[in-house]
Design a protein around this ligand. Sequence first.
Ligand code: FES
Length: 615
Amino acid sequence: MKSRYKVTFQPSGRTVHVLAETILFEAAARAGVLLQSPCGGKGTCGKCRVRVVEGACAPSEACRSALTEEQLEEGYRLACQAKVGGDSVVDVPDASLYEASTKILTSGEGRELSGQPAVWKRYVELPCPSSEDAVADLRRLEREIGKVHVHLDVMQGLPNALRDNAFKGTAVVCSSRLLAFEPGNTEGQCYGVAFDLGTTTVVGELIDLTTGRELAVVATMNPQISLGDDVISRITRARETPGAVEEMQASVVGALNELIEELVAEADVPQEKIYEITVAGNTTMQHLFCGISPAALGEVPFPPAYNRTLMMTTREVGLRVHPNARLCVFPNIGGFVGGDTVAGILANGLHCTDRPAVLVDIGTNGEIVLACDGKLFTTSTAAGPAFEGARISAGMRATVGAIEKVVMNGEDLVYNVIGDTAPIGLCGTGLIDLAAVLLRAGIIDATGRVLGKEEVPSSVPSALCSRLHERDDGKVDVLVASAEESKSGEAIYLLQRDIRELQLATGAIRAGLNIMLQRCGLTADDLSEVLIAGGFGNFIRRGNARRIGLLPNIPSDRLRFVGNASSMGAKYVLISEEARGIVESIAESAEHVDLSMDPEFQMEFGMAMMFPEDA
Ligand code: FES
């Protein structure tokens, strides 16, 4: 029996290699296919249904009780219950996709978002001027489309555009502003792009504004990485190097232009028919994208330069789409709680939830939003780069060669590597898994110390025990992959100091969450949901995250992964003008809690660095 299998998800064609027995739901997340899980993966809601069209995947008991005999015959399985048993091809119905459940948001009053984009087109056939009807050209057009504001360049072109086309053509309007008058009927060609502007990656989605459908998605690394790989180093660069802001703006705008070209090529649509772009990112990334210096974000009290939605033309920043296209950059809440958090709040309806709920974006900065009694409290904690693999001796990002999963398989641990290749190092999820496995085995104690061979409980299997290597200074390393197994020919170890880095990262997030809960007089048990956002969040194993104390010890059905919430929020604003207003009120009303100087936080942080006794 092979220990790893290839699973391809249709219709996206995304493929992953996973360990035998991996839950299909997890394999899908690893492939970037996020499924619905309203019951938290208990096998009771039936919403995660997929169809295994090729390969072995035995139905579990829960599959048998939730699905009919006929459905089981056809290959249907509950993704949260069925385990990968061979190379497989899996069909994912639209209804099972996470986005299917979140397409419609409700506003504070319980109304559905109208889904009316700010940009719309209207084909008109106007009567030609006559002595009985000699009104101005603009008035003639406004009789059909309503009153609009007009750019000078559109006004300059309008008389000829009307006369050259026998007073027929298509008006393009964005929020009562006439963007263009096009010859012929182009009503069917109306597009927008939503960008999630991350510190590490940039994701762009091309949306058909006439249907709200996503036509293409592309992603790339944020090229500013070469100038500093986290927000702090980019802020420092902006403060210390003349011309750095302009340089960083040009590099990110260049990347967005390349993504736009890829998007239109993939969907085969004209680039100049893109009329609106929305951008959601953290405060620093949004500042740099707009060419605004983030220097003040490097100094107490870290004020952002702006906190409202910035509306401008795409021309002003140099994006190559329709020359009058609008650009909407999300509002910020605080110096380290930016537009991506606002977008996440919108996408998950936290602004209108009536029960206490939390949204956590786990990354270098852990952003936390607590919704309680109709109010939103936000904060960010400097978790450090451990989850991204930085400052971990064998750490790496979650790319090919990274050990992304570690489990106990009888007597010893086994791991899975992204790309089904020899391991190069450990990424964040692999690190969390490994720490949880070692904690459960009793090899790591609650203080985070790795015990020596002589100290570990007698229940630790000898194969696992043989991975402990005591150094001269008394510290103990854990062998993860031997020199023969690894790509470089050098063994991969987890060191004592790596555990300390992990404790710092988890401690910062837990302490932030605990303080927010305390201020609202709540405990983790009061939370109806903990939503985990961000690309990294998708791949965390809930049980392991709870074991190391990263997530509160609440039932699994209250822990929900929400994928790239920032992208989703940026998309909502593109397809719903009403959402734009909601975003503005979220940013205005959310209370920003600054923990950086808070002595209570320091105390809580110290305590949260201890691993929970049992979870
Ligand atoms: Fe699978 Fe509910 S049945 S998530």
